[in-house]
Design a protein. Structure first.
Length: 78
């Protein structure tokens, strides 16, 4: 079994949160689980995505995340 996980750190929500939400909604078909964590130490919070489904859609999701200002992310493929 293969797992694809994306961890997103929202550094500046005023800049990137709206666009990030649009992208996550657009690619909701490949997001199996989504966990949002808000902490006082992290201004914008952390989002963890568990992905499944069409590999092309996952590639497009990653490509779009590259263009979002105010976030950093890591893609893990296990």
């Amino acid at each position: 079994m293969e797992y694809e996980i994306i961890g997103i750190l929202v550094i500046n929500p005023e800049v990137g949160a709206k666009r990030l939400q649009e992208i996550l909604t657009l690619y909701g078909c490949v997001i199996r689980n989504r966990l949002g964590i808000n902490r006082n130490e992290v201004k914008g919070g952390i989002i963890i995505l568990d992905l499944a489904g069409d590999k092309k859609q996952i590639e497009l999701l990653l490509k779009e995340l590259n263009d979002v200002e105010g976030i950093e992310y890591k893609h893990i493929n296990l």
